[in-house]
Design a protein around this ligand. Structure first.
Ligand code: ATP
Length: 317
């Protein structure tokens, strides 16, 4: 049996709107998700015993059953018990480059990589939509991570409509190393503060999604108009995360004044990004920010938007 090395990209949100509550306890969302070429590498090696093992050097990544990559392998083993019995287990090594608890779907993309890798390793022949149905059982962002690119996500984030991929633009990302925001906390706090404005009837929920589909940001993306995209970035979660974390609020302000097409917090944060037309513009903004905020805890990355989801990097027998 072969070993697989998978490339698992992070995502940013270009748009995040919280529409209302769902009967299952999640939020009804309308998002525009975008892959970037800041990636983890996930290696899968078959093992003889019926076990799932997780290896990762990053101190904040759990090595037990709570790791999303573990849960993805467990889901495959439970869904295809005969194949699991036949092929044996898997050792999963996560080479972590995506910052953890950062609003960049780092755990979700590792899980997506495991689903794609095990599908190949066990010769299951599942299609991408079939993998995405499985992916939605373990996390709302995982179906998007499987296919990647640029997509409108509705429902709790698992219903996807791919739109023309944006891959020419760049981003500067910045995150305080020792700051993590819990996604659950951000959504709960939003509910506490804004539930009175929630929409509940299904028709109005659908019309919010249609409005985004036919709205100016999707139009700007279709026309690859970086300037308009930058102006139309939107994230409802900034309303709860920025007041609670003034450091992140100040970082947003500093990034906005350093130039670029537009600045926003990604997902539930605390990563902040500035969209840029070119790599050299992104590097220049990163440099400017490094000089302006001399905090050793602040980390920067420059990445290009990507049209890719999970890619099989290499295969070894
Ligand atoms: P999202 O944008 O999907 O909300 P995130 O980028 O904010 O996700 P993750 O990096 O996925 O957050 O990490 C959130 C928490 O999930 C971490 O604190 C960590 O304990 C746990 N976790 C589980 N599996 C992983 C994994 N493979 N990589 C990173 N964190 C993981």
């Amino acid at each position: 049996m072969h070993s697989y090395s998978l490339i698992a990209p992070a995502k940013i949100n270009l748009y995040l709107e919280i529409v209302g509550d769902r009967p299952d306890g999640y939020h009804e969302l309308v998002m525009i998700l975008q892959s970037i070429d800041l990636v983890d590498r996930v290696d899968l090696v078959p093992i003889d015993t019926q076990e799932i093992r997780i290896y990762c050097q990053h101190p904040q990544v759990p090595l037990d059953g709570s790791n999303l990559a573990y849960r993805a392998a467990q889901l495959m083993s439970q869904t295809y018990p005969d194949t699991f019995a036949n092929y044996g287990g898997v050792a999963i090594t996560i080479h972590k480059n995506i910052p953890v608890a950062a609003g960049l779907a780092g755990g979700s993309t590792d899980a997506a990589a495991v689903l794609v890798g095990i599908n190949q390793m066990w010769k299951l022949g599942l299609t991408q939509p079939e993998l995405q149905v499985l992916a939605a059982k373990i996390g709302s962002d995982i179906p998007f991570c499987v296919s990647g690119g640029t997509a409108i996500a509705t429902g709790r984030g698992e219903k996807l409509d791919a739109i023309a991929a944006l891959s020419k633009l760049w981003v500067v990302l910045a995150k305080y190393q020792n700051l993590a925001v819990s996604t659950a906390w951000a959504y709960q706090t939003y509910r506490q503060q804004f539930a009175s404005s929630y929409i509940s009837d299904p028709e109005s929920v659908d019309s919010r999604a249609s409005k985004v589909h036919s709205g100016p940001l999707v139009d700007a993306i279709a026309h690859k108009n970086g300037e308009s995209i930058g102006k139309l970035l939107h994230n409802d979660l900034e309303k709860v995360v920025l007041p609670e974390f003034p450091q992140v609020d100040r970082l947003c302000e500093a990034m906005r004044s350093a130039g670029g097409l537009g600045t926003m917090m990604s997902g539930s944060g605390p990563t902040v990004f500035t969209l840029c037309e070119t790599e050299s513009q992104a590097q220049a903004i990163k440099q400017k920010l490094k000089e302006k905020i001399s905090d050793p805890d602040l980390e920067f990355w420059v990445a290009q938007l990507s049209g890719n989801g999970i890619q099989v990097g290499s295969t070894r027998s």
